[in-house]
Design a protein around this ligand. Structure first.
Ligand code: GUN
Length: 325
């Protein structure tokens, strides 16, 4: 092995030598299978009691990304035997029409989970719609009651991406207690709930956001980094402590040739594919650069996206079980 390869291996597996985070498996695919198995068992248990879970999904307008996400959610339902109802509303739907729809689903005893795909058009307040959902049917975990329950460490329904990421980390890392976790991004969907969940797992948590001075130097202290800001390739190897674990929640479409060249490398298959199609999906982490320093980096695509859907299925099962009891 050449000196540079050896140095890079030592850097990449730094914590193996330090004996902290390494010595464990790290596979989003395994965690997705595990969550889906748990959900499948839950569905079987509910079906034995004639109470198969039922998810209602509301989607507004024609946003292509939202349609892809909703299709995947509905497909996961049919894979597991979860009943699903998809409600398509036009782009010019009014807020009061949406609130009526949510009210109707709240009152429908056959419906266990309600999910309103975001974003919503500007004439509709997402907050008003989310607040109208019965918290016990709020499988996205966005309702203020569930946000409060999460902050207080009480039982509730919590956002699928951060809960899925926690499942991945609990399955893959020997110990979370005492680790320094840096969450980059403070969204209600990922950043804030992620920070609460890491705190409940006894991590020391720092949140970095757009107004944080010297974010890079703070990130360099982290054992665990979770990035969810929507800035393609923001976090590269220079942000990371050797041996850190990095979870990339970002998903961005890029069309910039220079950026693609930097992220993929000119001689790569990915760059060739980008040159053919003129676009590519990337995360918030510069994967190639980060991989040279971190112990683990989740890829985009093919990383946490499937965790989110698997956890949504588990949230539907949880909601259905609670309603049954
Ligand atoms: N839009 C982007 N992510 C999500 C999500 O997790 N849930 C919903 N409802 N909409 C989204």
């Amino acid at each position: 092995m050449s000196i540079s390869l050896l140095v890079s291996a030592v850097l990449r597996y730094g914590d193996f030598f330090g004996g902290t985070l390494m010595g464990s498996r790290w596979s989003t695919k395994d965690t997705v299978s595990h969550l889906m198995d748990q959900a499948r068992q839950g569905v079987a248990w509910l079906k034995e009691r004639s109470s198969a879970p039922h998810l209602a999904v509301i989607i507004v307008g024609d946003d292509p990304a939202s349609h892809v996400y909703v299709r995947r959610k509905v497909e996961a339902c049919s894979e597991l035997g979860v009943k699903s109802t998809r409600i398509d509303l036009p782009e010019d739907v009014t807020e009061s029409e949406m609130l009526d729809e949510v009210k109707r689903l709240n009152q429908d005893d056959d419906v266990d989970g309600i999910l309103v795909q975001l974003p919503l058009p500007s004439q509709v307040s997402a907050n008003a719609v989310i607040e109208a959902i019965d918290p016990d049917k709020d499988v996205d975990g966005f309702h203020p009651v569930n946000v409060g329950r999460l902050a207080l460490g009480q039982a509730g329904l919590f956002p699928c991406t951060p809960v899925g990421v926690m499942a991945l980390m609990k399955q893959s890392l020997p110990e979370l207690k005492g680790k320094h976790a840096v969450v980059i991004g403070r969204s209600a969907i990922v950043g804030k709930p992620m920070a609460h969940l890491l705190l409940h797992a006894h991590c020391s948590v720092t949140i970095i956001h757009s107004r944080t001075p010297n974010p890079q130097s703070i990130c360099q202290l982290a054992d665990i980094v979770v990035v969810a800001v929507g800035r393609p390739g923001l976090v590269d190897g220079s942000w990371l402590k050797p041996g850190a674990v990095v979870v990339d929640v970002g998903i961005n479409e890029i069309k910039d040739k220079e950026l693609a060249r930097r992220l993929f490398g000119e001689d790569s298959k990915k760059y060739a594919r980008f040159m053919r199609s003129g676009r590519a999906l990337v995360g918030d982490v510069d994967y190639r650069s980060a991989l040279g320093v971190a112990a683990w980096v989740t890829p985009v695509p093919g990383g946490v996206g499937r965790l989110t859907i698997a956890q949504l299925m588990l949230n539907c099962v949880t909601a259905a079980k609670r309603r049954l009891s």
